[in-house]
Design a protein around this ligand. Structure first.
Ligand SMILES: [Zn+2]
Length: 745
């Protein structure tokens, strides 16, 4: 959009100039210490600035950031976590490279920790009560970094204390179907301890499902088949390779929802109303403890009973049996039991977010948010420090340009370092609760870069359709690391692609679940959001995530040696996310392509017609109004797109630009309906709420249909299908209305 640069020099229309001065006057608040470059109301993305930023993002500085960020364990609310909050504040207040302002507000939130005095323990207990075997209580100290006092022992956060003891059963991934299968096999689950492996369902869901069947305690481990492509020996694992060593244990939150557990929908300020911790829902109902696969092997390979189904087998080197209890010819007497002692405690703790702002020159009341969490389980070099290392480098480069007076964005940029994400996206959720109205009114988009580099094969992006085009634009102009002449986009399309009715073959964007801090922004506030990272070559590994995830082996050395030697993938992510950020903050017209929602709506509609059409017809429910609503949306989005293109060729009135940008910004908001899913906390986006029904269509419709499927004509479940359909039609009609010319009826 080079034309605006020309226009900048030619602005002669006095009305335009006058408005420019007024907006400029309000844009630079008193007390802003950085010099203001000359501000034009028609200020557009400056490709030279963009190029400068791309060049200045320095891989070695990202590496140094990472070394410092991951030097010590920094569990949420720990002294080191707070020290890192101060480090961020200091960087963002630096006179040479800082931002306009930075703050570190805290919330008082409910976290869960294991007891130091009474460590959690998993033991095999013989018939006379003697302890025959104990699982490790901490990971093996392989690099000298796993033994420190700040390395929190493996635990299941929010799992309740208790000391259940019973016969061991193997329950695969602990899904509802897995426990049903055990019952079908005639295994009595009452009072047992269920050994499950990670994957297949959420952490907390394993205990919820188990408890429904009378299970008394749950163990969770990571099978080498799921994380190490089957490899498990010490010589094949860290520190000899990037694979998970036998003692490694994935920690994690077992809380079902997100946000502070005591203050749903309210910010966790000291004066806020709090629920009684004893009656809070969403915590695991029974004691749960994670263990390493070296210990899981001893338990699992000694089980008696019938062989587990083929799909339940893993890579521990034995035939997995279902139990209950141990076989007579194994390492333990046949009637030995497993005792699980959990002594976790709930604690109210102060946790900080760190926020830094660069005030916009022309539209300071429009925010582009860029964030990542700061807290880790242990050293957290990959998760989350790889993202924070990138965040700090990006803010340094932009801060330096700002302080030199060479640049100020058109819109405000807000950087955020969220606290207590690992316990359930707490810092970011509390922030969205506290600033609910302001953020909904003024936020253009949210960029999340949590783990920036899982592996160094290709870009991976998740987001809602309006952000697709801006990520593509950025990725097309940045070279892929290590691949001469190939752009990030060209490389990306080889790994993740789909054929689009609109564009042909394009890289495919994943959809946003609730895996990181973007969740409250998209699901609760309806802000167009994205998550950007570099990731695996899936033809080379089937690991469900990088192997040392949430263990004490996720260290600087691990990243430096195995994940991204040279840090060129970190640099590639910094450039991609930085380019997206600048395009969103500086482009005259917001680079959000709302027409791209049409393709999603069309795909959802076609899936509904194909897979649910007959069923709905049998219940006299017509998809007709939905078809009409999708068509209206497509028409309105196309017309708006043409309007933007026409204006770009002309000299647009600044108010016209602002009106259009507001339509683009607010489109995502129109898909929210806080009454759509009353049973789901925070989820109100009718297109991206969790889908449990098997048809890949609108989640509300899919879920309602799957529940109604086997009920009779006229049941409440079928009424819910009709209600969900109406909610959708209203949302899509509303979306179309938002996109139509603003003065139309
Ligand atoms: Zn993370």
């Amino acid at each position: 959009m080079q034309w605006v640069k020309v226009l900048g020099g030619l602005v002669g229309a006095s009305a335009l100039l006058g408005l420019g001065i007024i907006l400029g006057h309000f844009a630079i608040p008193k007390g802003a210490d950085a010099p203001a470059p000359s501000v034009s109301v028609s200020q557009d993305l400056d490709l030279e600035i963009l190029e400068t930023v791309m060049k200045q993002l320095d891989a070695s500085k990202i590496r140094e950031n990472l070394r410092e960020l991951s030097r010590e364990p920094h569990l949420a609310s720990s002294p080191r976590d707070e020290a890192l909050a101060q480090l961020l504040l200091q960087r963002w207040r630096d006179p040479e490279s800082g931002l306009d302002a930075a703050e570190a507000p805290t919330y008082e939130v409910l976290l869960s920790f294991p007891s130091r005095e009474q460590p959690n323990r998993v033991a095999v207990v013989g018939p006379t009560g003697t302890i025959l075997f104990s699982c490790r209580q901490s990971e093996q100290n392989l690099t000298g970094e796993q033994g420190g006092p700040d390395v929190v022992p493996p635990y299941a956060a929010y799992a309740p204390p208790g000391t259940p003891q019973g016969l061991l059963v193997y329950a695969n991934r602990g899904t509802e179907e897995d426990f049903m299968e055990l019952q079908t096999q005639g295994i009595r689950l009452e009072g047992t301890i269920a050994l499950t492996r990670y994957g297949g369902t959420g952490r907390g869901a394993k205990a919820v499902n188990a408890a429904k069947h009378g299970v008394a305690g749950v163990l969770v481990y990571t099978d080498p088949a799921d994380i190490n492509d089957g490899h498990s020996s010490a010589s094949q694992t860290f520190p000899n390779s990037w694979r998970l060593p036998p003692s490694g244990v994935e920690r994690g939150s077992y809380y079902e929802y997100f946000g502070d557990p005591l203050t749903p929908y309210l910010p966790a300020n000291p004066s806020s109303f709090r629920l009684n911790p004893d009656t809070v829902s969403g915590f695991p109902p029974i004691p749960t403890q994670p263990i390493g696969f070296e210990d899981a092997k001893i338990l699992l390979c000694n089980l008696q009973g019938t062989s587990a189904p083929a799909a339940w087998q893993g890579a521990l080197g034995c035939d997995y049996k279902l139990g209950p209890g141990f076989r007579a010819d194994g390492d333990f007497p046949a009637d030995s039991q497993v005792n699980v002692s959990v002594h976790n405690r709930l604690e109210l703790r102060n946790s900080s977010n760190v926020l830094g702002i660069i005030r916009g020159a022309v539209e300071p009341d429009r925010y582009v948010l860029y964030g990542n969490h700061r807290d880790s389980w242990v050293h957290g070099a990959v998760d989350p420090s790889s993202g924070t290392a990138v965040l700090l480098e990006l803010s340094r480069v932009l801060g330096t340009l700002l302080k030199k007076g060479t640049w100020r964005p058109r819109r405000s940029i807000v950087f955020a370092s969220w606290g207590a994400e690992e316990f359930g996206l707490i810092g970011s959720t509390e922030f969205t609760e506290e600033f609910f109205s302001k953020l909904r009114e003024r936020t253009v988009a949210y960029i999340n870069v949590d783990i920036s580099v899982f592996a160094n094969a290709t870009l991976r992006a998740q987001g809602t359709p309006p952000v697709q085009s801006v990520i593509f634009s950025a990725a097309k102009q940045i070279p892929a690391p290590g691949l001469d002449g190939l752009s990030i986009y060209d490389n990306w399309i080889q790994y993740f692609n789909r054929s689009s009715t609109e564009y042909g073959l394009v890289p495919s964007l994943g959809s946003l679940g609730a895996g990181s801090d973007y969740a409250p922004f998209i699901h609760f506030l309806g802000i167009s959001s994205m998550d950007i990272a570099y990731t695996y070559d899936r033809s080379k590994t089937s690991a469900r995530i990088y192997p040392t995830y949430h263990t004490a082996f996720d260290t600087f050395g691990y990243v430096d040696k195995f994940v991204d030697p040279g840090f060129s993938s970190h640099q590639a992510v910094a450039r991609t996310a930085g380019s997206v950020l600048l395009r969103l903050s500086d482009s005259l017209f917001l680079p959000l392509n709302v027409s791209d929602y049409g393709e999603t709506l069309r795909n959802f509609l076609q899936a509904a017609q194909r897979d649910l059409g007959v069923l709905l017809e049998q219940h006299s429910i017509s998809l007709g109004p939905l078809v009409t609503a999708v068509e209206k949306f497509e028409g309105a989005a196309a017309a708006l797109g043409q309007h933007v293109s026409a204006l770009q060729k002309d000299t647009p009135d600044p108010l016209q630009v602002r009106m259009l940008n507001d339509q683009l910004m607010l489109l995502e908001r129109t898909f929210l309906n806080p009454r759509a899913f009353p049973e789901e906390r925070y989820y109100s986006h009718v297109l991206w709420a969790p889908r449990t029904g098997s048809v890949a269509t609108f989640p509300g419709l899919a879920n309602a249909c799957s529940r109604a499927m086997n009920t009779s004509l006229g049941s409440a479940a079928w009424a819910e299908v009709q209600r969900q359909l109406s909610i959708l039609v209203v949302a899509l009609e509303g979306a179309a209305a938002t996109l139509r010319p603003v003065a139309d009826l």
